[in-house]
Each structure stands twice: as C-alpha cells, then as structure tokens.
Design a protein. Structure first.
Length: 258
C-alpha cells in the first residue's frame, strides 16, 4: 500500500513539474500607436501627438478619415477600443486617430477657454497640416471634445465650421453662449456638417448647463440649416465622467451613420 502512495506522490510531482515548465510568463507591451514630439512655433512650447493607424495602413495605399481628440491623454486608449468595435461591426470607417494631449494639464484652460484663437491656429496650421503631410488622409475630419473641450468643439463649429466635417461634444457647458452659437450656426445657411452633443443627468451637469443644452437643442429643432445634421442626447444614467466614453461611442455611430 505504501508503494502505491509513493508512486502516486511521484506522479503528482512530475505532473506539477511538467505544468510549471509549460507555462511561460512574459511582460507584454500592446502598441497602440506612435508619439510625435515637436516644437510648436505658434504656442511657443513643445507639444505631443498620439497617433493610431488602421491595422492595414502599412500594407496598402488607401487614404483614411481622421478623428482628432482634444484632451488626448485622457481619451486616446478608450477611443481605440470604441473605434475597433464600431469598425468591426460596420458602424464606422477605418480611421486615423490623432490625440492632442495637454501639457501636464496646465495648458487646458488656456487653450480651450481663454486663448482659443492661438490654439485653433495651432490645430489647423501645425497639427492638421502635419497629419495631412505625413499620413494618407482623405480630407474628412472629425473633432471630439468633453466638458471644456466640448465647449471648444461647439465653438469651433459655430465660428470655424470649415475645419471639420463632424463635431462630437460631450457635456459642453454652453450656458453663456447658447444664443451666440445658435445665431452663428444658423447664419451658415449651407452648413453641411454633423454635430452630436450629449449630457449626463442634471445632478451631474448642474441645472444651468442642462437648461442651456436643452435651450440649444430646442433652438436647433425650431430652425437650423437644411443640410445640418445634428442630435442631442441625454445620458441620464451616466456621470459627467463616464458619459465621455459613451458619448464618443454613440457620437461616432451617429456622425458616421451614412
């Protein structure tokens, strides 16, 4: 009896040894894209871009639309996951994704709220120009922004609509600019653009922001350019932060629906 127990014990040891040798652990690095670092002549500082290319980019000659992300350090990773799923299900085309990070968070208020003219010049003449010159783009551009960056996104649509074809704004605080932005949008009578904007619930966004977004959507519902394609969505079960992921996901589905 003892010999059988000994043989069983040896068999377990051998099995464990074989198993331990067949399991290999390695550190992995999932390459989402590439980082471009350059000195901005317009902003007088070093800036970064994070760029993700479609899976077949290196093997072909196709040209692609571009999705630009404000607050890029926050939205780059989740935008790639959302885009891949939507593209696989034919809800979005293959895209080049360009994320524009802030500089240690210090430049956000300056660029997106206080000194938007300089940032817009940087966006158009340096960022978009670089992407156009160095990657195979087809001329179709989409801009995404959340919160203050969402405000900047709607501001750009109202004042410089020629820069992008599609605008996605999550939780934009429009309360001081509803009438101004609306009048400028309506003044572009042949505006052939798409806008998706959203908000979380009132407890998250605040009463003033919610009232402004509701008023903005009501004005657009009453009158807007014939070719202007827009949608406002209340994400009542989301917070101001969780809403930014869902807004990008649903926003891409909306602006790329055709």
């Amino acid at each position: 009896m003892k010999i059988y127990r000994l043989l069983a014990f040896i068999a377990i040891l051998i099995s464990s040894s074989v198993m331990s040798k067949s399991v290999i652990k390695e550190d992995i690095s999932i390459g989402a894209g590439e980082r471009v670092v350059f000195d901005s002549e317009i902003l007088k500082e070093e800036r970064n871009l994070l760029i993700h290319l479609p899976s077949g980019y290196a093997k072909g000659n196709d040209k692609y639309p571009v999705l630009y992300l404000l607050d890029g350090e926050r939205h780059f990773a989740h935008s790639i996951l959302a885009y891949r799923l939507l593209q696989e299900q034919n809800f979005a085309p293959e895209l080049i994704i360009v994320a524009i990070p802030n500089v240690n968070g210090d430049t956000r208020q300056r660029d997106l709220g206080l000194n938007t003219d300089s940032f817009t010049a940087f966006l158009k003449n340096e960022v978009m120009a670089y992407v156009h010159d160095n990657y195979r783009t087809n001329g179709s551009n989409t801009l995404y922004g959340h919160s203050l960056a969402g405000y900047y996104t709607v501001n750009l649509l109202a004042n410089r609509p020629e820069l992008f074809d599609n605008y996605i704004a999550a939780g934009p605080p429009l309360q001081t600019k509803v009438t101004d932005f609306y009048k400028k949008i309506v003044s572009h009578k042949s505006l052939d653009k798409s806008l998706y904007f959203s908000s979380a619930n009132q407890a998250e966004e605040g009463e003033r922001v919610m009232d402004a977004l509701k008023a903005f959507s009501e004005k657009l519902e009453e009158k807007s350019p014939e070719k202007f394609n827009w949608k406002y969505e209340l994400l009542a079960d989301q917070t101001h932060i969780t809403g930014y992921y869902l807004s990008l996901f649903k926003g891409m589905m909306y602006v790329f629906k055709n």
